[in-house]
Design a protein around this ligand. Structure first.
Ligand SMILES: CC(C)(COP(=O)(O)OP(=O)(O)OC[C@H]1O[C@@H](n2cnc3c(N)ncnc32)[C@H](O)[C@@H]1OP(=O)(O)O)[C@@H](O)C(=O)NCCC(=O)NCCS
Length: 170
């Protein structure tokens, strides 16, 4: 894909809605709850699918905002994964992810975590390439689009501070 063929795309064209995963004993940590690393790896993979669907390019994870586990999931639970593109810039995209744990006996759903991944689309020479802009349709998509702009400002500021700190230490 090149700049001429890049077109804006709707969030619904790339989203992953309710990918389900049944928790078995080999998914648990020593404490008997779901191993967080398993959830993180799955999230990275699902968010990558959204980024590659949106961009039509090969993408790499460039950053993940703070990830907080809000509640544990346990054996027998069903994990429900959601991921969608919030906004894109020149070559990068913010993908928002959410995980719920469902108790299949009661139907109760608990919010396990939400996080934001940034992916960059690269060409065959590993050069960052232009990606389609996002068309937010619903009120939720519009809110996420605006909030993603604030988060990008913060990430760029933090990246700048890290760069300055590295230079000072050299
Ligand atoms: C992704 C990568 C090519 C970007 O390199 P770079 O020199 O920063 O490239 P650029 O300055 O052209 O930036 C490219 C985009 O990345 C974004 N970016 C770079 N660092 C970022 C960060 N820490 N957080 C969020 N976005 C970031 C830039 O804002 C830019 O986005 P834009 O084009 O939409 O404005 C490089 O950081 C890389 O290869 N990282 C390793 C990725 C990887 O291997 N991931 C797998 C995990 S092992």
């Amino acid at each position: 894909m090149n700049a001429v063929t890049v077109r804006a795309k709707k969030v619904s064209e790339s989203m992953v809605h309710e990918h389900t995963y049944k928790v078995f004993p080999n998914d648990l940590n020593s404490y008997g709850t779901v191993f967080g690393g398993m959830i993180m790896a799955t999230l990275d993979r699902i968010a990558l699918v959204v980024a590659e669907r949106h961009s039509g390019e090969t993408c790499v994870t460039v950053s993940v905002d703070a990830m907080h586990f809000l509640a544990p999931a346990g054996q027998g639970d069903i994990l429900l994964y959601y991921a969608s593109v919030n906004r894109s810039w020149r070559s990068s995209m913010e993908i928002g992810v959410k995980v719920l744990a469902e108790n299949y006996q009661t139907g109760e759903k608990r919010h396990i975590l939400s996080a934001y991944f940034t992916f960059v689309a690269l060409d065959e020479n590993k050069i960052a390439v232009e990606v389609p802009q996002v068309i937010p349709d619903t009120s939720t998509e519009k809110r996420r689009y605006i909030e993603a702009g604030d988060r990008r400002d913060r990430r760029r500021k933090e990246a700048e501070e890290r760069r300055a700190s590295r230079e000072n230490n050299n």
